[in-house]
Design a protein. Structure first.
Length: 513
């Protein structure tokens, strides 16, 4: 397209047709459909209608489907969701280039395709490129709609997901907190109630993901206060937040790695090592909740009460499907409370909860999800410390190792009679895996309404390690030396063999003489 030249939609289609050799048929058609819609439809992501006086019928052969008229980018989103991200990326890059030429580099119409381009790049694990595309989309959304426009919230959250995928927890939490602040600027508007509740849940979950349990607990507490202020204290959202509070206490008491006081594990990001580290959530009120595990139990009990109320209410209606669905949800929450009791050493209370699950499942018809209480289920297993890898120059390609353990599970869910069954490729990880297995907790077997002892259980821990080039060379040299030492020495046999040959030769010479 010639710079500075204006083209009507139909004129642009003619130019596109002339340059069809440079596009695949599908891409050219899709670009034409998208551009035709964006140019003729007013107020679509900032696009302005353009008058078109050329009414010749043969100049506009493309017809939009109803779904295209509702969202011209739906096809690209479908491609990304259906493992065709590479094709969608190529089409979106071409489309963005054309739109920049028609509407300028700072047009609001570019926000949507740039966001989808970031999605396509994210799908292909091109995380740095995805972050750049999201950055451009956020910049244009803020430029055209204001610094705190709600249009940017969804894009900022996608940025947070990209940072999390890269392994950058600091920026992941920071972007989630920024999206939260933007949403909370309109928290007083009843129309934004659902968006505010979602923002609370996302931010708390993000903090909990990175073990900032105090920050997550504070956000969950604020969310419950917000629900109460809006008459939703007994809603399903309240159950979600109550269970979240219990999860923060469980993460505090049962961290994913064993914490030692002698050395610091540098493989854990700093934001995780600093409990509750955050720049935007005031956790002052939560210092008093440290080690206050009964508060987590009370939160789960309250969640069970709310689920029970909902199930009782639906049982009084004629909608049996809804009642069964509510009963399944109730069982899930009861299971969380029962597992909590097992983790915290209250097996008697856990037995009561497990029995209630059996009673509820008996009322469900076939086809509904059920909970298996007849086999031990691992509830907690701290991840063993990985082997220290060799230097980069000495490091070979990663390989997989495994340690298989045998043990019994007691009625309290603890491991007994631990033994090592197999270790591949060597014994280096056995000590760490056994140490963590001693801290593990299982959901015990429920049989005949009683918790039972489960014998002869096995568990295999698989891990990744980096072999050392020097160590392999040293081992290979040692093996060759051992083979050479074990081989018979033929040096003393050769003279005897030579003497025998000489005697045979002399004997033949004598006979000939």
């Amino acid at each position: 397209m010639i710079a500075g030249q204006h083209h009507t939609p139909h004129a642009f289609l003619r130019l596109l047709w002339r340059g069809r050799k440079h596009y695949s048929a599908g891409v050219a058609c899709l670009l034409a459909v998208t551009l035709s819609f964006l140019t003729n439809a007013p107020n679509v992501w900032g696009a302005q209608a353009t008058a078109d006086q050329d009414t010749s019928p043969q100049q506009n052969p493309i017809q939009l489907t109803p779904s295209d008229q509702q969202d011209p980018y739906a096809f690209y989103a479908s491609q990304i969701d259906n493992e065709e991200a590479r094709s969608a990326q190529q089409s979106l890059e071409d489309l963005i280039s054309v739109l920049e030429g028609r509407h300028g580099r700072f047009s609001n119409i570019l926000v949507k395709p740039l966001t989808l381009l970031g999605d396509a790049q994210f799908k292909q694990n091109q995380l740095t490129l995805a972050l750049d595309s999201y950055d451009q989309a956020i910049h244009l959304a803020r430029l055209n709609n204001g610094l705190f426009s709600s249009e940017q919230v969804d894009i900022v959250r996608r940025q947070a997901e990209a940072y999390a995928a890269i392994g950058d927890p600091t920026n992941a939490v920071s972007r989630e907190e920024y999206a939260f602040r933007v949403v909370m600027r309109e928290a007083d508007d009843k129309a934004n109630l659902q968006q505010v509740i979602e923002a609370y849940g996302r931010l708390a979950s993000r903090h909990l993901e990175y073990l900032n349990h105090m920050a997550a607990r504070e956000v969950y507490s604020q969310a419950l206060q917000f629900l109460a202020a809006n008459g939703l204290a007994n809603s399903l959202h309240a159950i979600e937040f109550l269970e979240g509070i219990a999860d923060t206490y469980k993460a505090e008491r049962f961290p994913p790695k064993l914490i030692t006081t002698t050395t610091e594990d540098t493989s854990i990001p700093p934001i995780i090592r600093q409990v509750g580290a955050t720049a935007n959530v005031d956790i002052t009120n939560q210092y008093a909740t440290i080690n206050s595990y009964p508060a987590g139990e009370r939160a789960l009990k309250r969640a069970v009460q709310l689920r029970q109320t909902i199930a009782t209410r639906s049982s009084r209606t004629s909608d049996l499907d809804q009642y069964y669905a509510d009963l399944v949800q109730l069982n899930g929450t009861i299971l969380k409370l029962a597992d909590w009791f097992i983790l915290f050493g209250q097996a008697r209370d856990a037995t009561t909860m497990y029995r209630q699950i059996v009673i509820n499942q008996a009322a469900l018809p076939d086809g509904y999800p059920s909970i298996d209480l007849e086999t031990p289920t691992l509830l907690y297993f701290p991840r063993p410390r990985d082997q220290r890898p060799p230097s980069l120059n000495d490091r070979l390609a990663a390989e997989n190792g495994a340690v298989t353990l045998g043990f019994d599970v007691s009625t309290t869910g603890r491991v007994r009679s631990l033994k090592t069954l197999e270790a591949v490729p060597d014994q280096k990880m056995v000590f760490n895996v056994r140490r963590c297995m001693r801290e593990a907790v299982f959901r015990p077997v429920l049989s005949d309404n009683q918790l039972q002892h489960a014998d002869e259980q096995t568990f295999t821990y698989t891990y990744q390690y980096y072999p050392s080039r020097k160590a392999q060379q040293k081992q290979r040299a040692a093996e060759e030396a051992a083979k050479a030492q074990a081989a018979p020495d033929t040096s003393s046999i050769e003279p005897a063999a030579s003497g025998e040959a000489w005697r045979q030769s002399e004997h033949l010479n004598n006979k000939a003489g």
